[in-house]
Design a protein around this ligand. Structure first.
Ligand SMILES: [Zn+2]
Length: 356
């Protein structure tokens, strides 16, 4: 069991090695920077022996941004949680209270940030480049996105590879590495970081909202009553809203760019759920996002967040433009899904690497 966990913790390093192999010929500078980041892993102090060095570094950076955002918002950071990034077998995150420890503990699956990264990479590549004068700009007009998806069919192939790796093996690192055009590097970074910040800020939101003692109590329950369901749904909304406030503060970008990461996080969850359903059923005709016993539906969470956005962002025009951009990205995601369906209407796949 232990050996297997450690083996999984090394998966992202193996993945990086594969990126080097895939990019060495075409884009030497990426290979060089990846090689450097692998070398840097040697100095990282890890909280547990199961931590994945590369992912822990990413997490450390995100936590420190959220922590200073919390301070800016006037929240105490004295009892700030411990955190770790380990292979849990489920692409997920949680906040727990450990007996004997005065501080809460945040646990992130070591593949979670890799999934955010690979999803952001696919999504960014859907947007055609508009111009290169001064700054790079990208089109988010739906007809142009559609043309881009038709002219670059590998975007959809990589998306499907990622969703299949995630949903059938639990490990996005089982998807095939591929080089990223340098023009997209900055956009991928913005989208990825927005998604990741929200993931971390949501968990820290649970801590600030005082949910952890309730979570501990909840662990002893065998049967969950419908009352407990609604209270757990309420807690998710609270953590989302605190998470949103922290994300907007922690992000170095304007509200629209910061918020689009939040939107993409939900888009990526929806798409994975939809893909898992379609792969089982052979189609997604009857798929709907539904609430679970612990979490409200993604639709409800997004709705509540869009309402909260207006309270946190002023002037109102800025909040409105953030909402408009999020809706636009949601529409692009629908196009992306439709293109995936056209490319593989039966959702049958072969050649996927087996679970590690
Ligand atoms: Zn939560």
């Amino acid at each position: 069991m232990h050996d297997e966990s450690q083996h999984l913790a090394q998966q992202d390093l193996a993945f990086l090695q594969a990126v080097i192999d895939a990019t060495a010929d075409k884009m030497a500078w990426i290979s060089d920077s990846v090689r450097q980041s692998i070398r840097k892993q040697e100095d990282v102090q890890l909280p547990t022996r199961y931590d994945s060095p590369l992912q822990f570094r990413i997490l450390e950076g995100l936590v420190s941004k959220v922590k200073s955002a919390a301070r800016d918002l006037g929240l105490s950071t004295e009892e700030f949680p411990h955190f770790a990034c380990i292979p849990t077998g489920r692409v997920n995150a949680s906040a727990v209270s450990l007996p004997g420890s005065s501080r809460p503990f945040l646990l992130f699956d070591s593949q979670l940030f890799l999934y955010c990264h690979l999803f952001a990479k696919t999504f960014a590549r859907c947007l055609p480049i508009l111009g290169r004068e001064g700054m790079l700009s990208f089109s988010t007009e739906l007809p142009e996105v559609k043309r881009r998806l038709e002219s670059a069919p590998d975007i959809v192939e990589h998306l499907e590879d990622l969703l299949a790796a995630y949903t059938s093996t639990g490990a996005p690192s089982n998807s095939k590495p591929y080089p990223l055009e340098s023009d997209y590097l900055q956009l991928v970074t913005i989208l990825r970081e927005g998604m990741e910040l929200f993931v971390v800020a949501h968990e820290i939101g649970h801590v600030y909202a005082g949910h952890l003692s309730d979570l501990l109590k909840g662990l002893g329950l065998n049967a969950v009553s419908s009352e407990a369901w609604s209270s757990s749904h309420r807690q998710e909304h609270e953590a989302d809203i605190l998470g949103l406030a922290l994300t907007l503060r922690a992000s170095g970008y304007d509200a629209a760019l910061a918020y689009v990461g939040v939107e993409l996080f939900f888009v990526s969850l929806d798409m994975a759920d939809r893909y898992a359903y379609a792969a089982r059923q052979g189609n997604d005709d009857l798929f709907q996002t539904s609430p679970s016993s612990t979490h409200p539906s993604n639709e409800d969470r997004r709705e509540a967040l869009r309402i909260a956005l207006v309270q946190f962002v002023s002037p109102i025009e800025q909040a409105e433009s953030a909402k408009a951009m999020a809706s636009n990205y949601e529409a692009i995601a629908k196009h992306l899904w439709a293109a995936l369906k056209t490319a593989n209407p039966s959702f049958k796949r072969t050649g996927l690497r087996p679970a590690a």
